[in-house]
Write a protein that binds this ligand. Structure first.
Ligand code: FMN
Length: 343
């Protein structure tokens, strides 16, 4: 069969997704601002940062306030999912029921791939690859609790030289828990985010499973994403590190803009948009601290737009000044000044 264009629609359990370029879950990053940013630049589907099922079950105030905000405009460009993690089926059932009732999410995604020790030592994330019975029970509970489509994002394996326990788990989740799609990251949990993903293995999974497989891993620019899409033939591609402070990648992949760095004015306008929306989300004080994580990406874009290496002295100094600043308006002024020089 011919390979659909990335601009072609597809669906997860009857939920229509207008194109095949999607935003990956990104812990500490993928809040409504970042999801809406991806959607504005064309992403057909976006998954939230991972959220603890326990925190929802126990009604942790900060979690409910900061992580369970989904804006109506996020849905304009296609559906939105929340990613939940946790190893206890009954807690997952309760958390899934809560998000179905209290948020506008269309789909629940379950994290079975996070390799971070804090998560794995509780038996959640990538630890689930070694415990298929629990993984199936958790997925079933999420479906029953929410009544929503449920997808699972997982790694190909726990260990780099071990069996492909994640690959095997994917089929069981679909067969035994009725999981509606799989997000597949063909790297082992052991290597975290290093090395080349095993796209040949991902292609086999796409052939084998009766549900959509969404590919993530190593999709850092237009060329690498198109090459992986053609090799693996997944239902969709899911951008992660490649999209950090680079929402233009969505538009370039969808043919809505050239595959070229954004202009200085575009970087500045985007930066202002992110600042304004994050102030709306967190208030100016918290936004100022939180956004330090985002600043380096926009400095890099600015350097690219100016045709200069981000390692030159001026850009290094700008990075340092931004990291020292927790005043959001001071940070805005710094980037505007640098942009005036770059333009
Ligand atoms: C900062 C960061 C946070 C991430 N957070 C999550 C997460 O919350 N849930 C998840 O399933 N994967 C998470 N991932 C993994 C990504 O979704 C993605 O699968 C992975 O980075 C591979 O894609 P890449 O090589 O294109 O970056 C995270 C990755 C990064 C770099």
């Amino acid at each position: 069969m011919s390979l659909p264009a990335l601009t072609d629609p597809w669906s997860i359990a009857g939920v229509r997704i207008p194109n095949r370029v999607t935003l990956a879950p990104l812990a500490g990053i993928g809040n409504w601002v970042v999801r809406l940013q991806a959607k504005r630049h064309g992403a057909g589907y976006a998954v939230s940062e991972m959220v603890s099922s326990f925190a929802i079950h126990y009604r942790n105030e900060k979690t409910l306030r900061d992580l369970l905000t989904f804006k109506a405009e996020e849905h304009d460009g296609g559906p939105v999912a929340i990613q939940l993690f946790g190893q206890d089926p009954e807690v997952m059932r309760s958390a899934a029921a809560y998000v179905a009732e209290h948020t506008s999410v269309d789909i629940i995604d379950l994290n079975m791939g996070c390799p971070v020790p804090k998560v794995v030592k509780t038996g959640a994330g990538a630890a689930m690859l070694k415990d298929p019975e629990t993984a199936v029970a958790v997925a079933r509970a999420a479906k029953e609790g929410s009544g929503l489509p449920v997808t699972v994002k997982l790694r190909s394996a726990s260990r780099k030289d071990g069996e492909h326990d994640g690959y095997a788990l994917a089929a069981r989740l679909v067969e035994e828990a009725g999981v509606d799609a799989i997000g597949f990251h063909p790297r082992s949990a052991q290597v975290h985010h290093r090395g080349t993903p095993d796209y040949a293995l991902a292609a086999r999974l796409v052939e084998e499973l009766p549900v959509p497989v969404v590919l993530t891993g190593g999709l850092h620019d237009v060329a690498s994403t198109l090459a992986a899409y053609e090799q693996v033939r997944p239902a969709a591609v899911m951008l992660a590190r490649g999209a950090l402070g680079n929402p233009w990648l969505f538009a370039s992949l969808l043919g809505r803009r050239a595959d070229a760095p954004p202009a200085v004015a575009d970087v500045l306008a985007e930066f202002d948009w992110v600042l304004d929306r994050t102030i709306e989300h967190l208030g100016a004080e918290r936004a100022g601290r939180y956004l330090r994580k985002h600043y380096p990406w926009y400095v890099e874009r600015l350097a690219e737009a100016a045709g200069v290496s981000p390692t030159t002295a001026a850009y290094k100094q700008l990075q340092e000044s931004l990291q020292r600043s927790d005043d959001i308006e001071a940070a805005r002024a710094l980037l505007h000044e640098a942009a005036a020089v770059a333009a």
